[in-house]
Write a protein that binds this ligand. Structure first.
Ligand code: GLN
Length: 388
């Protein structure tokens, strides 16, 4: 037999998705892979029902239906004051997962390096390797998840660095990058001529008083920023796999080619239905923020009452819980035991942190009150059941 690809040997299968399988196997409440168990907005699903009769049911344009891209461009201008050309600067993809991979394949050559803040959403490491590049990690240091400017510069000034991946608001640590931090990253990106690929899927899940800023809006950044985003989190439709890349025309043109050959296009009926969501007014986003604030308070309040140590998110919908007191050297084993003995699914921190000493597991709280209360009830036994 001929040798298999060396690139796919560089990483494991997704631990996040594996933990959903393990949670299902043990009948655990799945707080591992981040997705809601509540319904999407009714206006969107009602529209989907109409589309079952009216169509479209055939391919849309490969880089996305015209009305969908136009609605996206309007929304971007509304929230960020950015004028985006829906024909030249937007590519609709199958989730932000494809957006990120297509972006990476469009800018990286084999032998390039990519700077990634750690902890990081696990796809970035695999995407970097699949695009032929090498990841260079810069720590976001708990508990504040701040970074050392000199360490960042040392990474970004390396000859082979082509891009930096930012996740803002950040999965898994819940950091919302400040204007000062983004300005620093931007100044280094400009100084060393580096692309910034920013994953903004949690842009509308930000807790008071924190505010999300898109790095593309900073001076000199539009031309070097590739925004990867999706509708999954904003409209609670993770299974629809609707994402997009927003990038300068020259880069978007490359992304279009990669996307065309990878997937041909996102699902036409789903794009058509989702236009309804993209046209929602501000009250929808305020409601979403209030709903997530409620879920955050319910879950973190419950964890506080149970005496756990964990991170306080500024954005996104995750907490990292400190498990150092349980005496496990293997956090994957900890999460398997947690699903089996306690009945709650979590993701081991080692799938996010590059630093060898890691002492966290990740829970998400995008769940109905009943689900969160049942999970908290099960976690009330965790200290006894998980002690070795
Ligand atoms: N972003 C979500 C998480 O981190 C879902 C990941 C996925 O499987 N697409 O859990």
């Amino acid at each position: 037999m001929k040798e298999l690809s060396k690139r796919t040997a560089g990483f494991t299968d997704s631990v996040i998705r594996r933990m959903t399988r393990i949670s299902n196997q043990y009948g655990a409440i799945n707080l591992s892979q981040g997705f809601p168990d509540f319904d999407p907005p009714k206006e969107i699903t009602d529209r989907l029902k109409e589309i079952a009769d009216s169509g479209p049911h055939q391919y849309a344009l490969t880089w996305g239906a015209q009305n969908f891209r136009e609605a996206l461009a309007k929304k971007q201008e509304h929230f960020y004051g950015m004028k985006v050309d829906p024909d030249k600067e937007l590519v609709v993809t199958c989730g932000s997962t494809e957006a990120m991979m297509a972006a990476m394949m469009s800018v990286c050559n084999p032998g390039d390096e990519v700077v990634i803040f750690s902890p990081f959403y696990e796809n970035y490491g695999a995407d970097t390797i699949l695009s032929g590049a090498e990841p260079i990690y810069v720590p976001l240091v708990p508990p504040t998840f701040s970074f050392d400017a000199d360490r960042l510069e040392a990474a970004m000034k390396r000859d082979k660095v082509k891009a930096l991946i930012l996740c803002n608001p950040s999965n898994p640590c819940g950091k919302v990058f400040t204007k000062e931090e983004l300005e620093l990253i931007a100044s280094l990106a400009i100084k060393y001529d580096i692309y910034v690929i920013t994953d903004e899927v949690y842009e509308h899940i930000v807790y008071e008083p924190f505010q999300h800023i898109c790095i593309a809006t900073l001076p000199g950044m539009r031309e070097r920023t590739i925004v990867c985003n999706s509708l999954s989190k904003t409209y609670s439709i993770t299974g629809w796999r609707l994402g997009y890349v927003m990038a300068p025309a020259e880069i978007a043109d490359r992304v279009k080619k990669v996307h065309d050959f990878l997937t041909v296009g996102a699902a036409a009926p789903l794009m058509e239905a989702a236009v309804t969501g993209l046209c929602f007014d501000d009250s929808y986003y305020k409601g979403l923020q209030a709903h997530y604030t409620h879920m955050k308070e319910l879950f973190t309040g419950g964890l506080d009452e149970l005496g756990f140590t964990f991170t306080r998110p500024q954005g996104a919908y995750y907490v990292l819980m400190d498990i150092s007191e349980y005496g496990y050297s293997d956090d994957l084993l900890f999460c398997e035991d947690l699903a089996r003995k306690v009945g709650v699914g979590a993701v081991p921190g080692s799938s996010f942190f590059k630093e060898p000493e890691n002492r966290y597991i990740r829970f998400h709280f995008a769940k109905k009150d009943d689900t969160l209360e049942a999970a908290l009830d099960r976690l009330s036994d965790m200290k006894d059941k998980m002690k070795r």
